[in-house]
Design a protein around this ligand. Structure first.
Ligand code: AMP
Length: 545
């Protein structure tokens, strides 16, 4: 029997229509590269999105053609997030921090004919343009009189492109399975791989992301996505802010600067912000050293990498609940979220500390499980650790240009899941340290050492060892205001991690290598220290398990 419910398609133009009818006058504030601010409303944004859609038609950008962007978080990028997919094309965000050869690979692989880019990325494109014969249209996200001098042919400014077009447009009634967005993920090996989102996956991800046990956004919030719009749809905020009617604050390229963030949060009265742990570190360092406060900011989410307890506690001391989220490009990204529950405060201190650092519970709509290397499902007992797998309507089942596969998606993370459904990310499969046949979690050791007041950043990597196959090396960047000896840090860890987990060696460094998405690049660290000589005494004592 056929059901008798309307078969309306779940597509992004629904988000736009709803926001226009319910949040038309809510503000979108953008920080521009010159430090000035731009303000307008959702109604203004969608009016300009219609002009842009007309411009894309005139340029004869085909249906389902990827439209590339190389841009920070601001209002013009926001307009692309709507005009491109809602007119039937694919919004293809590219991470400008990738190596130029990776960007060339991505643009060629996606066969981009058009790119929208911030003026500051024009020199980058100049360097690689000769390798991109398919690229026909280069649109700089600026006003006509701000167009930079460039050797690139036929540069056009965004404002000139949309200026002459009408602000009316009939958004097509797209099938919900039409592709809407494309984001390449750069693994540590091989070429980047494209994750192709659909209108349906984006809409369902948006709805789930707003649930009370996830971001819990509402019209009372002012939301600041510090996570860049070129990485996994800025965790979905450009859409979830619109359906909840939040004022949206887009920080441009000022994401990593604690002082600028503090000023912006205070000026716009931001209540909720999203970013990777390094961003929160920059913010809290600034708050502690300057004595300034951000009293409107009640909650923030940390994702993209493990969040150390020390950071959560330092943020709490500033009145901010830092909640942990887990996800990846292939999961749109939201997979699990640790929304602080009232019962956390009743837990004994050690359990509380563990609870707040967990990656949270799977959000409704995603299913998570852990399996052994031979694919056997493992118990959700909080003890067994295995390869984390995911499935659900916003989880990838293949990569752009490839064929879809069936079954669960292998995340490449190692995790435990406890009987309450809380996920603990133990490590990346390739970062986990195998010593004497047992697994050591680099994340746990890093979290423990981050509690030392002299530690600014820390990473633990496994390196080959003649007896134990691998042993952990701890690399620490000390805070500039503190001096510390490696032996003191190892001593500090002694009663915080299992004896046989204790790193054999600690090295102080001036900085750590980071990937294009701001995470510590353990691959680079492993290469850097591959010739390390293990100290004799520590090697002998490492066996005590
Ligand atoms: P990406 O696709 O670049 O966003 O990277 C996704 C990867 O980041 C995941 O597979 C995890 O390894 C890591 N990650 C994301 N969130 C967390 C978290 N809360 N704790 C630990 N690792 C995380």
């Amino acid at each position: 029997m056929l059901n008798l419910m309307m078969d309306d398609q779940l597509n992004i133009s629904m988000v736009m229509e709803y926001a226009e009818q319910t949040a038309a006058h809510v503000e979108i504030v953008s920080v521009l590269s010159n430090g000035q601010q731009h303000r307008y409303t959702y109604a203004d944004a969608f009016q300009r999105a219609r002009k842009l859609a007309n411009a894309l038609d005139q340029l004869q950008i085909a249906a389902q053609e990827p439209v590339a962007t190389l841009a920070w978080n601001d209002y013009r990028h926001f307009e692309l997030y709507y005009a491109v997919p809602c007119s039937g094309r694919i919004c293809h965000t590219i991470n400008p921090r990738l190596f130029p050869e990776q960007i060339v690979y991505i643009i060629k692989h996606a066969k981009n004919r058009i790119v929208f880019l911030d003026p500051q990325f024009v020199p980058l494109l100049e360097k690689i343009h000769s390798e991109l014969p398919l690229l026909q249209h280069i649109v700089v996200l600026c006003a006509a009189d701000e167009l930079p001098q460039s050797s690139l042919p036929n540069l056009i400014s965004y404002e000139a492109l949309i200026a002459t077009h009408p602000d009316s447009y009939m958004w097509p009634e797209l099938d919900e399975r039409t592709p809407s967005g494309l984001c390449y993920t750069s693994g540590t090996t091989g070429n980047p791989k494209g994750v192709l989102y659909s209108h349906r996956s984006t809409l369902l991800h948006t709805l789930a992301g707003c649930l009370p046990n996830a971001t819990n956004l509402s019209g009372a919030d002012v939301v600041l996505p510090i996570v860049p719009m070129f990485h996994v749809n800025a965790w979905g905020v450009p859409y979830s802010a619109a359906i909840t009617g939040c004022k949206l604050v887009l920080p441009g390229n000022k994401a990593g600067d604690g002082a600028t963030l503090t000023a912006l949060i205070n000026q716009e009265q931001v209540t909720y912000a999203m970013g990777v742990p390094t961003v929160w570190l920059a913010l809290v360092n600034h708050l502690e050293s300057s004595g300034q406060q951000v009293s409107s900011l009640r909650r923030a989410v940390s994702g993209g990498a493990a969040c150390p307890l020390a950071l959560i506690e330092r943020m709490r001391a500033q009145g901010i609940d830092l909640e942990v989220g887990w996800g990846m490009t292939e999961t749109s990204p939201l997979g699990s979220y640790n929304r602080r529950q009232p019962w956390y405060d009743e837990l004994p201190s050690e359990q509380y500390q563990r609870q707040v650092t967990l990656a949270g519970r799977q959000v409704f709509g995603i299913r998570l499980r852990i399996v052994s290397p031979d694919g056997q499902s493992l118990p959700r007992d909080g003890k067994a650790s295995g390869i984390l797998q995911a499935r659900g309507p916003w989880v990838a089942c293949g990569y752009y240009g490839g064929t879809p596969s069936k079954g669960w998606f292998d995340t490449g993370d190692v995790a435990t899941i406890n009987p309450q459904g809380y996920v603990c990310i133990v490590d990346r499969t390739k970062d986990v340290i195998k010593s004497g046949g047992e697994w050591i979690s680099s994340i746990d050791i890093e979290n423990a050492v981050m509690a030392h007041p002299a530690v600014l950043e820390a990473a633990v990597i496994g390196l080959p060892h003649p007896t134990w196959s691998e042993r952990p090396l701890l690399v620490v960047v000390p805070r500039p205001t503190h001096s510390v000896e490696p032996s003191e840090l190892l001593e500090f860890l002694k009663d915080r991690v299992a004896k046989w987990w204790l790193p054999d060696l600690c090295i102080l460094a001036e900085g750590l290598p980071h990937t294009a998405t701001g995470k510590v690049s353990k691959k680079d660290l492993r290469e850097q220290y591959q010739e390390i000589q293990w100290p004799q005494s520590a090697t002998q004592s490492a066996n005590a398990s």
